[in-house]
Design a protein around this ligand. Structure first.
Ligand SMILES: [Mn+2]
Length: 297
């Protein structure tokens, strides 16, 4: 059968500073294109996580997200961006809960997804790939994983290299990974790891990036990348320096406002919460803040 894979959609109602077009409608066009490929190849579209960019949304932004996802259906695992506080137990709270229930068939941990001629094992964010869970070793087994995997040691960003994962998990014929936004593929002894790469161009560094999804045929074991149609001239190339400057001012303002506050406890938590809604806040920072405040933020 044919399967379509993608990763790191990072759908968002917020327009990145570097984009000059209607970013929500650009994302909608992309999602509709994915739906067309599903139909064309009679294949499910399975993601390796990070289908949304952030859970910190205003009510209006929530409505925009629901419109963006209206009638769109896909399935797969959850990434760190999909999980409030990066915890799987919060998966169905907040914004993601709405999308998950309506539009995204989420593979719960410790399950096996059965397809006509293969099995897919989900490794959601926070769960390491482990081929000892394979139930039918003689069949075609696929792992789908959200965690940092790099093409080589030279490009190391933490986590594992593709070769390490393939060597550690000989039971999987195919491994699809998300989290690293750079697309690549690695094979080892006839088995393959594909990192589809991100689907959204939301920073200035991605101006020449060509987002793609993967079409895999489990009968022939052949595969190809399908490139998502994108538009030229949708970037404001002068935004980089402005964004960096703004980030510094925001941080300075935040620190200064704490100095003028007598009752630090509540105000601090409130300020921290609003600061965390900023689009430049990385997942690592969110996790650290969550852990340091005992889950209050
Ligand atoms: Mn991501």
């Amino acid at each position: 059968m044919k399967l379509l894979f993608g990763a790191d959609l990072h759908t968002t109602p917020k327009t990145p500073e570097c984009r000059t077009d209607d970013f929500v409608s650009a994302q909608r066009t992309k999602l509709e294109w994915i739906m067309e490929q599903k139909k064309k190849y009679n294949a499910p579209f399975i993601t390796a996580g990070d289908i949304i960019d952030t859970n910190s949304l205003t009510a209006n932004e929530v409505y925009t997200m629901l419109d963006l996802w209206e009638g769109i259906h896909m399935e797969g695992i959850l990434g760190n961006h999909d999980l409030p506080y990066h915890k799987i137990e919060f998966a169905e709270t907040k914004m993601i809960g709405q999308i998950l229930r309506k539009n995204y068939k989420w593979y719960e941990p410790n399950t096996v997804q059965t397809f006509p001629d293969c099995y897919i094992y989900p490794f959601n964010f926070g769960v390491e790939i482990d081929d000892s869970v394979i139930k039918y070793p003689d069949d075609f087994n696929i792992a789908i994983y959200h965690g940092m995997v790099t093409e080589s040691k030279d490009k190391y960003l933490g986590g594992n290299t593709a070769l390490e994962l393939l060597k550690k998990n000989p039971g999987f014929d195919l491994i699809i990974t998300g989290d690293n936004h750079i697309p690549f593929e690695t094979s080892y002894k006839g088995r393959l790891l594909i990192n589809p790469g991100c689907l959204t161009r939301d920073t200035i560094s991605l101006v020449n990036y060509k987002p793609s999804i993967v079409l895999y045929d489990t009968e022939t074991r052949e595969w190809e990348r399908l490139y998502v149609p994108i538009k030229d001239g949708v970037f404001n190339l002068e935004t980089t320096s402005r964004v960096n400057k703004k980030k510094k001012v925001d941080m300075d303002e935040f620190v200064a406002s704490l100095k003028n506050t007598k009752d630090v406890s509540n105000v601090f938590i409130g300020k921290l919460k609003s600061w965390l809604t900023g689009e430049d806040i990385t997942d690592n920072i969110q996790t650290i803040v969550y852990d340091c405040t005992g889950g209050k933020v």
